[in-house]
Design a protein around this ligand. Structure first.
Ligand code: 6R9
Length: 655
């Protein structure tokens, strides 16, 4: 029997697949592609370790590894015994070549200010900042929290940590003070790097002000470094708070890179799972860098004269792997933009493409659907002829959005790579190689060479037809090495669905006769709101934290642009009156606890929640109600009348 949820998802997705279409790679692209050898999949599968070692050899190692892979399921070690430094590979390796004066980062702020940092510039800034961290007592293995807007200092701070062997934990600037506090405390970070503020849609996000709230309850933080982005008012605490620019003036210009073991931790990044508490995903040094280096090079067909722009915020894994580490390890020119794509106008993204001659553009389906809604007039106003390759990531892309992207942005000339991967996988795992594979709207593609994926039933039987669970059956270099501070949860969460050798990502999938995978979305209690991962339990915990809430159940409901939005069913404690005011208050409460990305679209008050006889909330029924669908199977309910009442009540509230 295959997964029930996967089957449900399959039905909805196949409705969307209006027609199965195949797009061949244009000849002009194919001729110049980095990878043209169709046998590469077979060759890699014949000797996976040799395949990955080939990429690792292109990087700089202070000491070569003794063994490519040590696999004691579910624990892997890659390039065992090897010593390297990630910042050395992203900087020092390039500045001894002609790339020293190549633009590493072309940055544009939302108000229109610009900065370009060459590899030499970036090298200098990173060295200086690494020395500042050292002066403040940061040592190898210490954790550094980073809460910054999309400005070059964010990249500098990450690479400086990598240089001295400190573990960075970047917290997305859109997360609230409480979310920041919890992440700092979980990592027991010694230093926080933040800014006076950042621009978003014309207003200022007061990061330091928010951080000050978090800092009231973060005993591990000894120092706070503040980047002056604008001239925004803030409070500076003597002795603890330091200005970035002030220290940089005096910092020494060279910092010896720390020789890191291949398996030393490079960073942790918090992501949502099926419990109320986000997990600090651990990524290490040698395997991670090899994985992101290989995929950036092959999936994006990256060349030295490319201008590469990934729209993701560095606060998410896409930004870590495909704004910072992958592209810089490849010596690419990376465009970085601080603000919103519709500010001051809806052609801001296309204006940036035109202005800097962007050749590779990587974004999320939710952004594409927003562009679609804004209309073709906006991209048509700009010259997009520099583009040669497009990418998408973060959620399944519906064929309509794919076609729109292909026609209006790619002008039917650019291959589209749909890249499936996760915070945990560190690197792209399922996609197409643009010089070899044709593309199919809605299908991500095949496992990258050297990656083994399968579709398994609940019982672990591999199936060729129909939808079921996606599984990864062999270790890969950039795989997570654990959950910070919780080794058991690592095993439990990812490696117990079948056997200890098979990774369960939590996604449903099916494949076609060519072995192309079509992703069906999450089959667990993880939501994907506008390409951002959120746990239903996380939002529920935020709601029940409010004094009047007795119980809450959160479901994701379909949304035209965001893919999913949050609907929360809430029961209030006796003596409280549910109503519009309380709805607004609860929404704000969630924003305060997590951040604006978690704001529920709908709050539905209910006297009871539908539960199974064992007391489990039946989210599937709640989803049916919130999406105004015919109710599914109610036979396992403890009290079948609850759900009927709830549906009626919901329809009254909605009308
Ligand atoms: C990179 C990133 C991971 C979850 C993943 C899946 C969904 C990502 C996708 C996709 C279909 C794609 N997802 N890419 N679904 N097609 N190309 O997004 O990481 O934030 O950890 O989210 O996103 O459901 O499990 P993360």
């Amino acid at each position: 029997m295959s997964g029930k949820k996967a089957k449900e998802k399959e039905a909805t997705i196949s409705d969307l697949l209006i027609e199965e279409r195949k797009f061949e790679v244009p000849d002009e692209f194919r001729k110049k592609a980095n990878i043209k050898d169709k046998d590469i999949y077979k060759k890699a599968a014949a000797n996976r370790e040799k395949f990955w070692a080939g990429f690792a050899e292109e990087l700089h190692w202070f000491k070569k590894w003794e063994k490519v892979l040590d696999w004691k399921p579910p624990h892997a070690r890659w390039f065992v015994g090897g010593k390297l430094n990630v910042s050395y590979n992203c900087l020092d390796r390039h500045i001894t070549t002609w790339r020293k004066n190549k633009a590493a980062i072309i940055w544009e702020g939302e108000p229109g200010d610009q900065r370009t940092l060459t590899y030499r510039d970036l090298y200098r800034e990173v060295n200086k900042f690494a020395n500042i961290l050292k002066k403040l007592g940061v040592k190898k293995g210490d954790r550094v929290a980073i809460y910054l807007p999309m400005i070059p200092e964010l990249v500098i701070a990450m690479l400086a940590c990598a240089r001295i062997g400190a573990i960075h934990s970047v917290v997305f600037g859109g997360f609230s003070a409480e979310a920041l506090r919890d992440r700092i405390n979980d990592a027991r970070a010694r230093v926080l790097i933040t800014a006076d503020g950042g621009y978003r849609r014309g207003s200022i996000i007061p990061l330091k002000h928010d951080a000050d709230h978090a800092l009231l309850e973060t005993p591990s933080i000894q120092h706070v470094i503040i980047v002056k982005r604008g001239d925004f008012p803030l409070h500076v605490k003597e002795g603890r708070d330091h200005w970035w620019h002030y220290h940089m003036e005096e910092a020494e210009s060279y910092c010896e890179p720390e020789e890191m073991d291949s398996e030393d931790i490079l960073f942790t990044l918090y992501t949502s799972g099926t419990t109320g508490k986000p997990k600090g995903i651990i990524h290490t040094t040698g395997g991670y860098l090899t994985g992101v280096y290989a995929t950036t090079n092959w999936v994006f067909d990256l060349k030295d004269d490319d201008v590469y722009w990934c729209m993701a915020d560095i606060g998410w894994v896409t930004g870590h792997s495909y704004v910072v580490y992958g592209p810089l390890a490849c010596g690419a020119t990376v465009v970085m933009y601080e603000g919103a794509p519709d500010w001051p106008d809806r052609d801001r993204s296309w204006q940036i493409v035109e202005k800097y001659g962007v050749t590779i553009f990587y974004t999320a389906p939710t952004a594409i659907r927003a562009f679609m809604k804004w209309g073709t007039g906006w991209p048509a106003k700009r010259d997009l002829s520099s583009l040669r390759l497009l990418g998408t990531v973060g959620e399944p892309i519906n064929p309509e959005a794919w076609m729109w992207y292909h026609k209006n942005i790619g002008q039917e000339r650019c291959p589209i790579v749909d890249t499936w991967w996760q915070t945990e996988t560190g690197m792209i795992l399922i996609t197409t190689l643009p010089g070899i594979d044709s593309t199919k709207p809605g299908f991500a593609g095949r496992p990258f060479p050297g990656i083994e994926a399968d579709i398994l039933t609940e019982e672990g039987v591999s199936i060729q037809k129909g939808g079921s669970y996606l599984a990864l059956t062999q270790p890969w270099p950039a795989m997570l090495r654990g959950i910070y501070g919780d080794p058991e949860r690592y095993v439990q969460q990812y490696w117990t669905k079948w056997d200890k050798k098979t990774y369960f990502p939590g996604d449903g999938a099916k494949r076609d006769k060519d072995g192309y995978f079509l992703l069906l979305g999450r089959v667990d209690d993880v939501l994907n709101v506008a390409g951002h991962r959120l746990g239903t339990m996380e939002v529920e915990s935020a709601l029940v934290d409010h004094p009047v809430v007795a119980e809450a159940a959160v479901v994701g409901i379909e949304h035209e642009i965001k893919g999913q939005v949050i609907a929360a069913f809430v029961t209030v404690k006796e003596g409280n009156t549910p109503g519009g005011e309380l709805q607004d208050e609860l929404k704000e409460h969630v924003v305060r606890k997590i951040g604006a990305i978690a704001r529920p679209e709908k709050i539905i008050f209910s006297a009871d929640l539908p539960k199974t006889r064992s007391g489990k909330i039946m989210r599937r029924l709640l989803r049916d109600i919130a999406e105004s669908k015919v109710l599914g199977d109610t036979t396992t309910l403890a009290d079948a009348t609850t759900v009927e009442k709830l549906k009626k009540h919901y329809e009254e509230q909605e009308s």
